[in-house]
Design a protein around this ligand. Structure first.
Ligand SMILES: C[S@@+](CC[C@H](N)C(=O)[O-])C[C@H]1O[C@@H](n2cnc3c(N)ncnc32)[C@H](O)[C@@H]1O
Length: 277
């Protein structure tokens, strides 16, 4: 078994960030309810300071900024230059006040002014040292401040990740696997691991609840998500056209049962995690 190549996170997200930039509108549409659920759980109000960790192109930061208002401050932090650049451009184009984007590693960055709340939509599963990272985030929050983030549950509960990988496996040198407990999209699938990490980094009142969000996709979007955005993307990055063609055909066939009248009613199976600093 080979691991999905998510080891060197800065290099990984430098490349993956450009893919996310390309598909920003699709990703934001599918994941909008998850940003709302995370921001609702953190409950920021007018005038507060909120940090969005692994903010990507800024959707969750913007959702927080609507609550904190022009007198508040919503700060997005990300290690992908391409995504931070897009987030800054969107903030400027949409004239959103009270937002700022930092290009920095949230595991180690020394945040200057403390926050009332920290939020994240799928941006906290990639830390090489999660206990150090969450301890750093706890130092960035006011006493009693709120943490809320969404993380993926298991690959088995998220067929959009698993089905394309399994379909591609016969054409790959070895079956790619999601490493349990290693940095990557499924690093927080085990809720007990999440609890242990948060407790070890000093967070209190930890709550972990399932969050299932309907993510309808057209058949074309389903293929884009499977081949371009999902876990097959880094695996196929050096593949020739013939291999790509075979994998695409196998993935299409494997996903057919999920498509009815041109639409796939996929579900995003997540954990909604909250804690107090
Ligand atoms: C799955 S994407 C989610 C992006 C965004 N939150 C969204 O929902 O659209 C994960 C994000 O985490 C960022 N990231 C990974 N490790 C990070 C770190 N150590 N510090 C800051 N950002 C990080 C990546 O660059 C990427 O933008």
């Amino acid at each position: 078994m080979t691991a999905t190549p998510e080891r060197d996170m800065a290099a990984y997200w430098d490349r993956a960030g450009r893919v996310w930039v390309e598909h920003q509108a699709l990703l934001d549409r599918i994941m909008a309810p998850i940003a709302e659920a995370v921001v609702d759980a953190a409950g920021p109000v007018n005038g507060e300071r909120v940090l969005d960790v692994g903010c990507g192109s800024g959707a969750t930061t913007f959702a927080a900024a609507w609550r904190t208002g022009p007198e508040g401050h919503a700060v997005g932090v990300d290690i992908s230059g391409a995504l931070v650049e897009l987030a800054r451009r969107r903030a400027g184009e949409d004239g959103i006040e009270g937002v700022e984007f930092l290009l920095a590693d949230a595991q180690v960055h020394a945040f200057e002014t403390p926050f009332d709340a920290i939020v994240s939509r799928f941006g906290v599963m990639f830390f090489p040292d999660p206990v150090a990272a969450f301890a750093n985030l706890r130092r960035a929050i006011k006493p009693g401040g709120r943490l809320a983030f969404a993380a993926w549950r298991s690959p088995e509960e998220n067929p959009l990740s698993l089905v394309p990988l399994k379909a591609a496996a016969p054409f790959l040198p070895s079956m790619p696997a999601f490493e349990k407990d290693a940095p990557g999209r499924f690093a927080f699938a085990d809720p007990e691991r999440v609890r242990t990490i948060l407790e070890a980094s000093g967070w209190r009142d930890i709550q972990i609840a399932p969050l299932d969000v309907a993510s309808p996709l057209t058949a074309d979007e389903l293929m884009t998500m499977s081949l371009r955005v999902g876990p097959l993307n880094p695996i196929l990055k050096d593949a020739d056209a013939a291999l790509r063609g075979k994998v695409a055909a196998a993935v299409k066939e494997a996903l057919e049962p999920y498509v009815t009248k041109g639409v796939a009613e996929m579900t995003s199976a997540c954990w909604l995690v909250t804690a107090e600093g």
